[in-house]
Ligand binder design. Structure first.
Ligand code: F6P
Length: 341
């Protein structure tokens, strides 16, 4: 590439999340100000492997802060786990004179970055972008707040039907290894039950717990709506099986509903746009200061630089207060004792 300016590259990888475009925008604008030529590889790590990129001029990113998805497209790239691909990527980056690479994505994408840095000697920085909020070292990931809001809107609508029919619904939300989405969506939508990684014992005990709670609610309230929010990938066979299992266990009839990919789309909330902007600017600051192998994070409202190894090496746990809050507000037996039902 014939350019006197140092080149900075950005890519988005893994599940898209609302706010990724805002992050591309802020990285680009801050990098242009720092004197870089900025390129964006398309389709995640495939872009590096196949030398597919676009130049990110100011006018390209000017009007994308409000858009969901990612203008750079995204992908999961299993080939990138192989040494050969990482070496090829390092070679391509060096040939393009890329001085620094920013990857916006989740822990899988950060692992790719760590592996790549064994061969690529430029600076590498990760920005946490996933609706799952499952990256340790940052309070929130880009996209989580919007995904929670999107899911709540959907669950509120399901509540209307559940109320109208006095029906039990099981709503499955995303978050394949962690319960941040399930717990936050469940609490904010007033779900009667939340089934998530953090409170799951085993299917037998869960069935008993749910069946008892449903029966207690029925006794206290009479027929009424009842919502169960469940994390994906948790119940063996999924929420359709859970509905069947509840039927077989206690003759409970419920309607399963998988929210699915609507949770990943849509315009980012202000919270995600602002987080993405702060993290993007933080990434360029770190690069300007010669740093590498970092994730830019937000902790207690401050922008922090966290080692990439820490970000992928630890499991982020859901705050116990959230679990306790849910259990306390839905303790039907305690409420009955106080005769407030
Ligand atoms: O990691 C984000 C996420 O949306 C998870 O919540 C979900 O399990 C997964 O991606 C789905 O991935 P894919 O788009 O590959 O089906």
């Amino acid at each position: 590439m014939s350019s006197q300016k140092p080149v900075l590259a950005v890519l988005t990888s893994g599940g898209d999340s609302p706010g990724m475009n805002a992050a591309i925008r802020s990285c680009t604008l801050a990098a242009l100000q720092s004197g870089y030529k900025v390129i964006g590889f398309t389709h995640g790590y495939y872009g590096i492997l196949q030398n597919k990129y676009i130049e990110l001029h100011e006018h390209v990113v000017r009007d994308i802060i409000h858009c969901g998805g990612t203008i750079l497209k995204s992908a999961r790239c299993p080939e990138f786990k192989e040494d050969e691909s990482q070496q090829q990527a390092a070679k391509n980056l060096e040939e393009l004179n890329v001085k620094a690479l920013i990857v916006i994505g989740g822990d899988g994408s950060f692992n790719g970055l760590i592996q790549l840095s064994r061969y690529y000697k430029g600076q590498v920085i990760g920005l946490p972008g996933t609706i799952d909020n499952d990256i340790d070292g940052t309070d929130y990931t880009i996209g989580f707040a919007t995904a929670v809001e999107t899911a709540i809107e959907a669950v509120d609508k399901i509540r209307d039907t559940a109320d109208a029919f006095e029906r039990i619904f099981i709503v499955e939300v995303m978050g394949r290894h962690s319960g941040f989405l399930a717990l936050n969506v469940g609490i904010a939508s007033g779900a009667e039950q939340i089934i998530t990684f953090e409170n799951f014992i085993n299917p037998g005990k869960e069935l008993k717990k749910i069946a008892e709670h449903i029966s207690l609610c029925k006794k206290q309230r009479g027929m009424s709506s009842y919502l169960i929010v469940a994390a994906e990938n948790l119940w063996p066979g999924g929420v359709y099986r859970l509905a069947e299992d509840l039927g077989n266990y206690a003759n409970i009839k419920c309607t399963p509903c998988v929210l699915g990919y609507i949770q990943r789309g849509g315009n980012p909330l202000a919270k995600d746009r602002i987080l993405a902007t702060k993290l993007g600017v933080g990434a360029i600051r770190a690069i300007d200061n010669g740093k590498t192998m970092l994730m830019i994070a937000e902790c207690n409202r401050d922008i922090k630089e966290v080692s990439l190894a820490i970000a992928v090496g630890h499991t982020k746990t859901v705050n116990k207060d959230l679990l306790q809050a849910q259990e306390s507000v839905l303790d039907i037996a305690a409420l009955a004792k106080q005769q407030v039902l």
